[in-house]
Ligand binder design. Structure first.
Ligand code: GLN
Length: 476
């Protein structure tokens, strides 16, 4: 049996029934990593020894009758989540040798749940990008076509799930970095509500937008992983004190009477016609299953991209000021005094995309330009959030494409930064409004995966999961 191809909930049953052992499962995944990793390149740091050790501990808990559904299940973490004793590079040369002294809360929670860490995955440097081509190390490949990108920035985690190099993975999503690669690789990816999951130990990119979320093979696994990582954290004051429902309760396979809004701006020009057709046909099927489908409008959504590309670089320029050779990672020019050390370290350690965003952000925040750019963007963000609030007065969830196109070829958009940024035009508004969103596969276009995006009200991940699950069940 091909254990690595199964889902977490299928494997959990087998583990509990003693059909397989946790170590056997981990060995199956590690062997598969060995086989396909040369072609996929999902991992910056595989952790096979740690995985074997954790698998043995998980087995001991299974033997004692511990009911945790993630016991013994292999998981991969995007390499911007701190793992004590395991290198955490953020895909950047500036952190090429950084070994965190503490664990991100999500990793601690996964350890408590008994999951098994099989490795740290590739990403665009500091999560800035949509393809992993901005990684300071290498580009990951799309398992559906290795000449194409897996999407980004969580492209390593997503490729790993799609290529069965792990059972579960976590990514982070600041403007689409979980949902867009999930769409490109034909897997499930959820960005929870801002404040649902702790970011303690997630290396900050744009703090008012960053969220950690699941990347999985199906919607049930997504709900299980949400259960494991959600909830308040004394170490992250932005993580809210709200009760966390059991997200698997939302998997009822019934959309009768649910009101689904179709934001017309998300089907407009720039979205490939074949993608529109695929997503429309999914929406038609949801309607046939009893959902009430209505058109809604998000007039400010077209400003999402410009708002994001002021706010995210502004926050990044501040967050990334700490990489200066003093405390973390790379240090260059120490003998030449601290100013030169900073200059040399940052010039050598950061890639072009990061340097560019730090400069844009610094500019947008500087005296004289602050009001014209940063403040304006904040004001526009409020308008965008209100658009969503108005839409949600009429409906329970919004349905639309995740990305305007299927996966593009490696190098195809390298000289066209605007086209690259447009890959996130349908996901960024969701981050700006702080809402939960999930991408689930719908009908492929020319053999390449396409994602259906479902957006819900704040802290109503359950509704997004319910629609996603119903759609998944319809496809069999
Ligand atoms: N692709 C977007 C960017 O380049 C979003 C990245 C993300 O969500 N981390 O910033």
């Amino acid at each position: 049996m091909e254990l690595h191809t199964l889902t977490a909930h299928e494997l959990s049953r087998k583990l509990r029934a003693r059909e397989i052992s946790a170590l056997e499962l981990t060995e199956a995944v590690l062997a598969h990593i060995e086989r396909v990793e040369p072609a996929i390149q999902a991992y910056i740091t595989p952790t096979p020894e740690l995985a074997r050790e954790q698998a043995k501990q998980a087995q001991a808990r299974i033997d004692q009758g511990d009911p945790s559904p993630l016991l013994g299940i292999p998981v991969a973490l995007k390499d911007n989540m701190c793992t004590e004793g395991v290198k955490t590079t953020c895909g950047s040369q500036i952190l090429h040798n950084f070994v965190p002294p503490y664990n991100a809360t999500v990793y601690r929670k996964l350890q408590e749940a008994g999951a098994v860490l099989v490795g740290k995955t590739n990403l665009d440097e500091f999560a800035m990008g949509s393809s992993t081509e901005n990684s300071g190390f290498f580009t990951s490949r799309n398992p559906h076509d290795t000449e194409r990108v897996p999407g980004g920035s969580s492209g390593g985690s997503t490729a790993a799930v799609a290529a069965h190099e792990t059972i579960l993975a976590l990514g982070s999503d600041t403007g689409g970095s979980i949902r867009q690669p999930a769409s490109f690789c034909g897997v499930v990816g959820m960005k929870p509500t801002y404040g649902r999951v702790s970011r303690y130990g997630l290396v900050a990119y744009a703090s008012s937008l960053d969220q950690i979320g699941p990347i999985t093979k199906d919607v049930r696994d997504c709900a299980l992983l949400m259960n494991a990582i959600s909830g308040e954290d004394p170490n992250d004051s932005t993580c809210v004190q709200l009760p966390v429902p059991d997200f698997t309760d939302a998997l009822v396979d019934d959309v009768k009477g649910m009101r689904l809004g179709v934001p017309k701006e998300f089907f407009a020009q720039g979205v490939q016609p074949e993608v529109v057709t695929s997503v429309r046909s999914a929406i038609d099927k949801l309607a046939a299953a009893g959902a009430e489908v209505m058109e809604v409008s998000l007039p400010t959504a077209e400003y999402g991209l410009p708002i994001y590309y002021i706010l995210a670089p502004a926050e990044a320029s501040s967050n990334l000021a700490r990489y200066d050779g003093t405390r973390y990672g790379l240090r260059e020019g120490f003998e030449e005094g601290h100013i030169r050390m900073m200059e040399k370290t940052r010039a050598k350690g950061f890639g072009n995309e990061v340097l560019q965003r730090v400069m844009i952000g610094t500019y947008a925040l500087s005296a004289g330009y602050y009001d014209a750019f940063y403040l304006k963007a904040q004001q526009a963000r409020t308008l965008l959030r209100r658009d969503f609030e108005r839409a949600f007065e009429q409906c329970d969830a919004l349905v639309c494409p995740t990305s305007p196109t299927p996966a593009f070829k490696i190098g195809e958009l390298a000289d066209d930064p605007l086209a690259m940024k447009l890959a996130d035009v349908l996901t960024i508004p969701v981050n700006l409004a702080g809402l939960p969103g999930i991408s689930v596969p719908c009908a492929p276009v020319n053999g390449l995966p396409v994602g259906l995006q479902i957006i819900a009200k704040p802290f109503d991940e359950a509704t997004a999961l319910r629609v996603a699950y119903a759609w998944e069940q319809m496809q069999g």
